[in-house]
Design a protein around this ligand. Sequence first.
Ligand code: AMP
Ligand code: MG
Length: 337
Amino acid sequence: MDTRYFNAVKQPEAGTKLGGSVIRSGGLVAFPTETVYGLGANGLDGEAVNKIFEAKGRPNDNPLILHIAKKSDLKDLWKSVPERARLLMDEFWPGPLTMVYLKSSRVPEEVTGGLDTVAVRMPIRAAGVPIAAPSANLSGKPSPTTADHVKADMDGRIDVIIDGGPCNIGVESTVVSLMGGAVTILRPGGITREMLEAVIGPVNLSPAVLAPLKQGEAAASPGMKYKHYAPDAQVIVGTGSLPDMAAKLIAEYDRREAEGLTCIIFATEETRCFYRGKRYVIIGERKNPLTLCESLFAQFRAQEGKADVILCEALPETDMGLAYMNRLLRSAGFKTI
Ligand code: AMP
Ligand code: MG
């Protein structure tokens, strides 16, 4: 298949129009959102949705998020709309919050991987029909935050790539489940636990957010079962107080380099002083974890073919630090030192 590339940086409306028409005719379109690039198909057309799984090599039981253009679209996709959903969407939509609840009969099972719930969000950009869309990367790879990343993974596999420039947040939406009368974070993102709790009171955190699933344990969200966000290099996360953490990363660096491997440290503005004489790149500021989220996946991709080992710093698991640690730990296969 020939993949058409459309530069929509200066003409976003034309990009939306083209994307909408290809999606309505059953095609696949990669498009920018405020989080990462999405790979979209008509969410009410099971056949079109199946093409997403093929293009990404994604397991069929890992369900997709439906993206809607206006709040009133939600009632057609869910069996009912619980009050806590109204409170959350009035505060956070449009924006990077996905909510999971009982699906209506209109939603094809291809979208939900056979589950009786469906995940819905309303991104900042308007959609048209409900668009089923995961991130526009090959399954298992880091999510794309630029059109070039999408091209690297998807050229020849999809109909259109719409280039709207780099994404702002750089990590996928927050996913919450509204099942069981509660609000439970399945995946942390741009809408933080603290922001949710200010609106709705205490919010649960699924144990799988920061730890691997134990053998035989059921995943609260099917996506948690799978290897995720992984670059080609091995990722290792240093923990502890700043000087301790830096010392551990440097010791690991020296050990691996002695084995003939090429290492790089993902440093921060605050910690660069520790790594003099080593290969490092500054990926953001610890005091502003959003900067680290924005660049993490792009920095992983930039190291492809260059580094064998990527040494990263842990952050406190509060505010955007929670989303950062969730992605980082999964990229590292939970390997910490
Ligand atoms: P992705 O589309 O790859 O950004 O991931 C979407 C995430 O939402 C995955 O981790 C899915 O497993 C999760 N998700 C989607 N639908 C549901 C659902 N009905 N129940 C639980 N998790 C869901
Ligand atoms: Mg993804």
